[in-house]
Design a binder for this molecule. Structure first.
Ligand code: SAM
Length: 268
C-alpha cells in the first residue's frame, strides 16, 4: 500500500462540469505526451493529479494491461472519475506528500504539477519514485513567460484598484518550470531527458469561451477569494472586457486561443 499522508481540503473547489466543457482540447496534450513515451509495457503506472480521469483514460488506452492508479486531492474531481470508471483505482492524496512504498514504471502527470509550489523540486522528488528502466513524464502550461494572453489580462486587472488590495502579491506566480532548471535537476540521475514545448492554438466560439476555460482552471484561486457575488461579478466583467480586447474575433466570429505547454520525459 502506498503511504497516503492526510491533507487539508482543496483550497478552491474544482468544478468538473466547467473543466470538462473543453475536454477535447484539454486532453490533446495528454495524448501527445503519452504517444511520445518510449516504454513498451509499463506494468505499474500512477497518474498524479488525475482530475476527472481523462488523462488516466489516455494511459489506459495505450497500456490496457497495466495497473494504473489515479491520485488527486480534489474530492469533486475524484467523484467524477469514480463515476466514469467505477472499477478504476482512484486515491485521494496530496501529491506534495504522497510517498509510494514501491516504485512505478511510469510516474505521469498532465496539467497538474503547476498547482504546487516549487514544481521543479516536486518533479525531482517524483523522479525518485520511478523504477529502473521506467520514466517520469509530465506536461505543464506555460503562462506568463510565453503566453502573454489571459494570464496577462488577469495580471493587469489584479494590479488595479480595488483588486490590488484583495490578492497577495505572490498570487501571480507562473508555476512553470524553466527548461534549464528541470534539466539540471533530472539529468544527473536520468539515462535520458526529453524536453519540448508545443503551442496549441485552440479555435473557440468567442471571447466568453476563453473566460469559461480559465474559470475552470487558472482563474479559480482568484475567484474563490471574492465571497461577495457583486464583487465577483465586477471582477469577471473587467476580466471579460480585457479578454475581449486581447483576443479579437476572427472573420467568422471565433477567437484563436494560443496555449503553450511544456513537456518533460525523464528515463531512469
Ligand atoms: C488541470 S487538472 C488536470 C487533470 C487531469 N490530469 C487531466 O489531464 O485532465 C489538475 C488536477 O490536479 C489536482 N491537484 C492539484 N494540486 C494537487 C496536489 N497537490 N495533489 C494532488 N492533486 C492535485 C487538482 O485537484 C486537479 O484535479
Amino acid at each position: 500500500m502506498d503511504r497516503v499522508v492526510s491533507h487539508g481540503p482543496e483550497m478552491s473547489p474544482w468544478e468538473p462540469d466547467r473543466y470538462l466543457a473543453f475536454e477535447k482540447e484539454r486532453t490533446l496534450p495528454a495524448r501527445d505526451l503519452v504517444r511520445r513515451i518510449e516504454l513498451e509495457w509499463p506494468s505499474r503506472i500512477v497518474d498524479l493529479g488525475c482530475g476527472t480521469g481523462t488523462s488516466t483514460a489516455v494511459l489506459r488506452e495505450r497500456w490496457p494491461r497495466a495497473s494504473i492508479v489515479g491520485i488527486d486531492r480534489s474530492e469533486e474531481m475524484l467523484r467524477r472519475a469514480r463515476a466514469s470508471v467505477p472499477t478504476g483505482d482512484w486515491v485521494s492524496a496530496d501529491r506534495a506528500t504522497w510517498t509510494p512504498s514501491e516504485p512505478y514504471d511510469l510516474v505521469f502527470s498532465n496539467a497538474a504539477l503547476q498547482w504546487i509550489r516549487a514544481p521543479a523540486a516536486a518533479a525531482a522528488r517524483l523522479f525518485g519514485f520511478v523504477a529502473e528502466g521506467g520514466a517520469l513524464a509530465f506536461q505543464i502550461p506555460i503562462r506568463y513567460a510565453r503566453a502573454p494572453g489571459w494570464a496577462e489580462v488577469l495580471a493587469q486587472v489584479v494590479r488595479r484598484e480595488p483588486w490590488i488590495h484583495r490578492f497577495p502579491t505572490d498570487a501571480r506566480e507562473d508555476g512553470c518550470i524553466g527548461m534549464g532548471a528541470i534539466y539540471d535537476l533530472l539529468a544527473p540521475r536520468a539515462a535520458r531527458v526529453d524536453l519540448w514545448d508545443t503551442e496549441y492554438v485552440h479555435v473557440l466560439p468567442g471571447p466568453q469561451a476563453i473566460v469559461e476555460w480559465t474559470r475552470g482552471t487558472g482563474l479559480r484561486p482568484w475567484l474563490e477569494k471574492l465571497d461577495d457575488p457583486a464583487e465577483r461579478e465586477q471582477f469577471l466583467t473587467e476580466y471579460t472586457a480585457g479578454i475581449a480586447s486581447r483576443y479579437p474575433k476572427r472573420g467568422d466570429g471565433k477567437v484563436l486561443f494560443p496555449f503553450p505547454r511544456r513537456f518533460v520525459i525523464a528515463y531512469r
